[in-house]
Design a protein around this ligand. Structure first.
Ligand SMILES: [Zn+2]
Length: 341
């Protein structure tokens, strides 16, 4: 069975719990089964612990709509930075996010860190500090069952963990006991812009799964896929998500191809790995994206050619992709601010 859904940001002027309730209902209405949320402001260090009442409200909506929830941790975390004194906040903040997420049955996705320049860290130092910080978080939350999911980076600047090889080194730095609470999240846009995998090609996607199995000792650690197109080119190292089939991965007008994305949907379906869209499309296009994924997951028997991509529809009529989401300047600002998920 295909497990698909989207990241939904908190709605303005709505309480945190109600916003998550609305997101659960929206995902179900659009045919999805999984939802990713922020529990806290992703660009502030403060964590607002979930209240008991909030937990009850969210769990009810989760169960009534049959939705699985994932929490995305703060963007501000850089676990390559040693934690002591003033920088202890990030260990404590992730502990609290994990505690809150665990009550919702949710894992927490975090980004990779980057070298701290003023400390003249080597890449190896950065990786060791990253692992040590997360180890401290695990040690402080041994009563929890949920996992920290490490998301592959797009190799911008000194970011660690863009390649599968490096990500697997980081993963294998943890003990077998610690690994029970560590999983991996692969982001298709990051794989593409880092140059790690040319997601346009079905053969590259197949190779990705073979490599993952070898490097991680199986596919079990792969808990989630962020399923995004890219506004920038292969190997650009620039993290800018595009709506599905509208970017350099899936849009044939940008020398993209949907073949690799289809291959990825097939693999995700086979191995029951949830796909989360972080494309921030409006409800109409989000519905189109989810339907495309569902159709790619269930090929029509006897059909040898792929089902064509849906034609995009806007309120002003039909349009070819690429330009649609970028017509209104205000939306450019919104998209930029949310790019790094
Ligand atoms: Zn992502």
């Amino acid at each position: 069975m295909m497990i698909v859904g989207a990241h939904c940001n908190r709605e303005k002027g709505v309480s945190r719990a109600q916003s998550i309730v609305n997101a659960c209902q929206k995902i179900r209405r659009l045919g999805g089964q999984t939802l990713q949320i922020f529990l806290n402001s992703h660009y502030k260090s403060k964590v607002n612990k979930l209240l008991l009442l909030e937990i009850e409200i969210i769990k009810k909506a989760r169960d009534n709509n049959n939705i699985q929830i994932t929490v995305h941790g703060k963007y501000m975390y850089n676990f390559c930075r040693p934690s002591s004194g003033r920088t202890m906040w990030q260990v404590e903040a992730l502990c609290q996010e994990l505690v809150d997420a665990d009550q919702l049955g949710a894992n927490v996705v975090i980004h990779q860190g980057k070298n701290v320049k003023e400390l003249h860290q080597s890449r190896q130092d950065a990786k060791e500090t990253y692992v040590n910080n997360l180890r401290e978080v695990l040690n402080k939350t041994t009563e929890l069952k949920n996992q920290i999911l490490l998301e592959n980076s797009c190799a911008a600047g000194s970011e660690i963990g863009a390649s599968l090889v490096e990500l697997s080194e980081i993963y294998h730095s943890f003990s077998e006991t610690e690994k029970k609470r560590i999983g991996i999240c692969l982001d298709t846009c990051h794989l593409f812009v880092s140059g790690e995998v040319d997601i346009r090609k079905r053969s590259s996607v197949q190779q990705l799964f073979t490599d993952f199995e070898q490097l991680f000792g199986g596919l079990e650690p792969l808990k989630l896929i962020h399923f995004n197109d890219s506004k920038t080119k292969f190997q650009s190292k620039s993290d800018r998500h595009a709506p599905l089939l509208q970017g350099y991965i899936g849009n044939s007008q940008l020398e993209g191809s949907e073949e690799g994305l289809r291959g990825l949907v097939e693999q995700a379906t086979k191995w029951q790995i949830p796909l989360i869209l972080e494309t921030h499309s409006d409800d109409d296009y989000l519905s189109t994206e989810i339907n495309w994924i569902i159709s790619a997951a269930t090929p029509i028997p006897g059909l040898t050619t792929p089902v064509p991509a849906p034609v995009l529809t806007t309120t002003s009529g039909t349009a070819t992709a690429v330009t649609v989401p970028y017509q209104i300047p205000r939306r450019i600002i919104i998209l930029k601010r949310r790019d790094n998920i």
